[in-house]
Structure formats: structure tokens, C-alpha cells
Design a binder for this molecule. Structure first.
Ligand code: ZN
Length: 148
């Protein structure tokens, strides 16, 4: 018995996905063949870069449109950029306080448990603000690519 499928939907969807994956830049040009010539040649055939992306402020639902030229904005507005930077800095400061308390280690088991739970909660929030302040090269801070 196979898994249930939706006739007429699953197969074309699978084919579209396969088409899309075979047109990714990293599939068209394997890493060991990447030169300016091979990559420049492949770019027009590859799945294009998105022209709209969500605003980086996790509390914002707006999209940011990529301009034809010039600096590529990460936020829909200055207020979203400022809100992001403010919240990220506050979360980092909160986490520093929690880590300091854990390191000092004075208090009851229940107090330690309370601080550990709050640390996990603040880290959960901070994961939405993981883009570093020097936002120009995010691949340096991304998880390493696994080939397994
Ligand atoms: Zn925004």
C-alpha cells in the first residue's frame, strides 16, 4: 500500500518541483565547475531570484520589493528597521542578564529552573532576529551546507 495521493494533482506538482529543482543555479553549475563564465551563462536559465521578500521585522506582514538597482532593502520602512534593531538588542541584553544569573548560581533549584525556562523563551524570540548587525554577508552566519 502506498501513501494516499490526490489524482491529477500529485504528479504534476511533483514534476513541477523536479523542474524547479533542476533549474536551481547550484544544480545547473556544480560547485567544482563554477567560474564567472559558467555561472554568468547559467543565470538566465536558472530559477530567478525573488523580486519580493517579507520584511525582516518578524512583527511586520508587508513585503519588500527588490529595486532594479542600488542598495537592497531588508525592511519595508525605517520604523521596521529600528524596531528590529531595538528588539534584537533588548533580547541580547536580557539573555546576558539570564546567563550571568545562571553563572553566579546562587539561589534555589526552583529559581534556577525559572531562569532557565526564561532563557529558553528569550532565545526562542531571538531566533527571529538572527540576522547579524552587519547584514551584508548573511551566508557567513548561516548554518553550514550539509552534503549528506
Ligand atoms: Zn516592515
Amino acid at each position: 500500500m502506498g501513501s494516499p495521493t490526490v489524482p491529477g494533482l500529485t504528479t504534476p506538482t511533483r514534476k513541477a518541483l523536479d523542474d524547479l529543482m533542476s533549474r536551481r543555479l547550484n544544480t545547473l553549475v556544480p560547485l567544482e565547475r563554477a567560474t564567472l563564465a559558467t555561472v554568468a551563462d547559467a543565470i538566465p536559465r536558472a530559477v530567478p531570484s525573488a523580486t519580493k521578500m517579507p520584511c525582516l521585522n518578524p512583527n511586520c506582514l508587508r513585503k519588500v520589493t527588490r529595486p532594479k538597482a542600488g542598495r537592497l532593502p531588508l525592511f519595508c520602512s525605517r520604523s521596521c528597521r529600528e524596531a528590529f534593531d531595538y528588539e534584537r538588542a533588548e533580547l541580547l541584553a536580557d539573555i546576558a542578564v539570564l546567563l550571568q544569573a545562571i553563572e553566579r548560581g546562587e539561589g534555589t533549584h526552583a529559581q534556577r529552573r525559572k531562569v532557565l525556562v526564561e532563557l529558553a523563551n528569550r532565545r526562542w524570540c531571538l531566533q527571529r532576529y538572527a540576522v547579524p548587525p552587519d547584514r551584508n554577508r548573511p551566508e557567513l552566519h548561516a548554518a553550514p551546507v550539509s552534503d549528506s
